[in-house]
Design a protein around this ligand. Structure first.
Ligand code: ADP
Ligand code: MG
Length: 257
């Protein structure tokens, strides 16, 4: 069984079938892409796997454990980190605090910390801060550690969100349209950042993306979703040359990127 395995997943919002019979197998360390026009159901698939919605039918297993009916924070703790299409950051918290706060879910003391001796607690906090700084360095934002998120350019905010998702030390990182609103220069940089994360942390990545060039360059395997249905699943070459994909999607959008 794959690291993350989704079988025959279907989801209805009332009468609207947003996702139909979706299947996915992500192996450890793989980079996978999910493309498709607006409204195709891509974000819904992320929300179903990460526990925000429960699928109407189908199964989801991570490391052989079912994720159905688990809460989003439990799923994160099991090893699936994610970012959101619309950034969800605390605007008036600084960069380092964001990452440290996310790490708290991983710390051993938690509630019991109150009963632990304080040397151990301060040791763990120092360790936590060092780990958080390492992550910021990896993402090229360590020099911004004490800046408030609200004061940062958009591209840097995206990186903070990625750092926060990585703070839980996930085995898979879900990225929902990480290039939205980015300048061409930020785009090149974020592509490099994703490559670095993948190389240095060795995790699997599942990427929703609208810009084709980006997804074609980064991913080993890509699915194309249209009206909730996967119409193609293959390597970048296979996707690029698939007549159905070209008709449904690329014809319009590929030219632009
Ligand atoms: N919470 C919701 N309630 C009702 N309909 C929704 C909800 N979330 C998404 N949808 C609908 O499901 C479809 C897929 O949306 P979404 O997954 O956001 O698409 P994508 O991310 O591919 O642009 C759209 O028709 C959208 O309007
Ligand atoms: Mg979306």
């Amino acid at each position: 069984m794959a690291l993350l395995q989704v079988d025959n997943m279907t989801h209805y919002f009332g009468g609207l079938r947003a996702v139909h019979d979706f299947n996915l197998a992500i192996e450890a360390g793989q980079i996978r892409g999910l493309i498709g026009p607006n409204g195709a159901g891509k974000t819904t698939i992320f929300n179903l796997i990460t526990g925000i919605y429960t699928p109407t039918t189908g199964t989801i297993a991570f490391n052989g454990t079912s994720l159905l009916r688990r809460r989003p924070n439990q799923i994160a703790a099991l090893g699936i980190g994610r970012t959101f299409q619309d950034l969800r950051l605390w605007r008036h918290m600084n960069v380092l605090e964001h990452v440290k706060l996310a790490r708290y879910s991983k710390l051993t003391y938690g509630l019991w910390g109150a009963f632990l001796d304080s040397p151990r607690r301060s040791r763990e906090e120092a360790e936590s801060e060092a780990k958080a700084m390492e992550l910021l360095q990896l993402l090229g934002i360590d020099h911004l550690a004490d800046q408030l998120v609200v004061s940062l350019p958009y591209g840097a905010q995206r990186r903070v969100e990625m750092a926060r998702a990585l703070a839980i030390e996930p085995q898979v990182l879900f990225l929902d349209e990480p290039t939205v609103g980015m300048t061409p220069e930020e785009l090149e940089q974020i592509m490099e950042v994703i490559r670095t994360i993948h190389r240095k942390l060795g995790l699997a990545i599942f990427l929703i993306e609208h810009r084709l060039k980006f997804v074609m360059e980064l991913c080993e395997q890509i699915q194309c979703l249209v009206f909730g249905e996967v119409i193609a699943d293959g390597t970048p070459d296979q996707i690029q040359n698939n007549p159905q994909v070209i008709e449904a999607y690329l014809g319009k959008d590929m030219v632009e990127t």
